[in-house]
Design a protein around this ligand. Structure first.
Ligand code: TRP
Ligand code: SF4
Length: 326
């Protein structure tokens, strides 16, 4: 029997190249080895977007279209929307009862987000429980593997602690302790060489057209020490170069050679890169267009995903309800 994998993404905006290299490529590979469930974590998105949830529904569908266009196959994986499988919230409540407040208050991501995220009031009861809902997402399917980035490791550790506490309290091994599959792709930085993020306005989106891609790449930060064209550059500290590594590894040696021997200026180098990215995104965008125009097909995929996810979730639910006498 294949081990089960679950992962999720919050539908808080359009997807960008960072999602492609940081998550989707990895998800697409896992499909062949594991039984995979991928969900749009709309409840988690609501926890931070509740004041202005305007684009939430649009983002859910737009993101899932991107997933499928990037190679997540509905025939292989269960693709669904978190809020359409009711058991997540039920287990969330049950796990909330047995999760000590201190575990949540000490969670490093919680403290960091309260500190870092401005313009939103995250000082809420629900937001404190964010990792408990994430634990419920994972445990309701008894997933054994969870592909996540490094930033989510603390949440996974909490999930394991919560699983252990549940199993201990009710003296039954209901939940396996899930393990992380760390996405070890090199971190792709944004146009300005900070973390790629919608809130920094430094992304290249999977849906960007040629003009947008060219314009964005021409604005990219390069080797900060290279001022003149005839001076050698330093590819290893250049953000543009790291994109070649991520998207056209076969070109990387050429670019390095041109750069360190000052045969190529940064403007031309970026033009090359724009062409690379346009070519990477072209087939994705063809699929994207097709599926975005076929709402019925998308809905069918999501119905099937919801039904399969519900099947697993409701069987775990039965098992749990016996234990907690409700
Ligand atoms: N918290 C995750 C993130 O922001 C999203 C998420 C929600 C998730 N539920 C999950 C990831 C369950 C893995 C498993 O990236
Ligand atoms: Fe970076 Fe390319 Fe300029 Fe070299 S030539 S510094 S790799 S943008």
């Amino acid at each position: 029997m294949k081990k089960r994998v679950l992962s999720g993404m919050r539908p808080t905006g359009k997807l960008h190249l960072g999602h492609l290299v940081g998550a989707l490529k990895n998800w697409a590979e896992l499909q062949n080895k594991y039984e995979c469930l991928f969900m749009s974590a709309d409840w988690h998105a609501l926890m931070s977007e509740y004041e202005r949830p305007y684009n939430l529904r649009e983002n859910i569908y737009d993101n899932i279209v991107d997933w499928i266009s990037c190679g997540i196959e509905p025939e292989k994986s269960v693709i669904f929307i978190q809020s359409e499988v009711k058991e997540h919230l039920e287990l969330f409540l049950i796990l909330s009862c047995l999760t000590p407040l201190g575990w949540l208050e000490r969670c490093p991501t919680y403290k960091e987000q309260l500190r870092e995220i401005k313009g939103r009031d995250l000082n809420s009861y629900g937001f404190l429980g964010y990792p408990v809902l994430q634990a419920a997402d994972i445990l309701i399917y008894k997933a054994e593997k969870v592909p996540v980035g490094e930033d989510q490791l603390a949440h996974l550790e909490l999930t394991r602690e919560i699983a252990r506490r549940f199993n201990g309290l009710y003296k039954k091994n209901v939940f396996p302790e899930p393990e992380a599959i760390l996405t070890e792709t090199p971190r792709l930085l944004g146009l300005d060489a900070r973390k790629m993020s919608k809130s920094y306005n430094n992304t290249i989106d999977l849906s960007d057209n040629e003009e947008q891609i060219k314009k964005k790449i021409s604005s990219m930060f390069t080797d900060p020490k290279r001022i003149r064209l005839n001076e050698p550059g330093h590819p290893d500290v250049c953000n543009v170069f790291s994109y070649f590594t991520a998207f056209a590894a076969e070109r990387k040696d050429d670019v390095r050679e041109w750069c360190i021997n000052a045969k190529l200026g940064c403007t031309d180098c970026k033009k090359e890169l724009a062409q690379v990215i346009i070519e990477v995104l072209a087939p994705i965008q063809v699929k994207r267009k097709e599926l975005a125009a076929d709402k019925k097909k998308l809905r069918k995929i999501l119905d099937k995903g919801r039904d399969r996810a519900s099947e697993i979730a409701s069987s775990t639910r039965k098992e749990i309800k016996d234990l907690i006498k409700i």
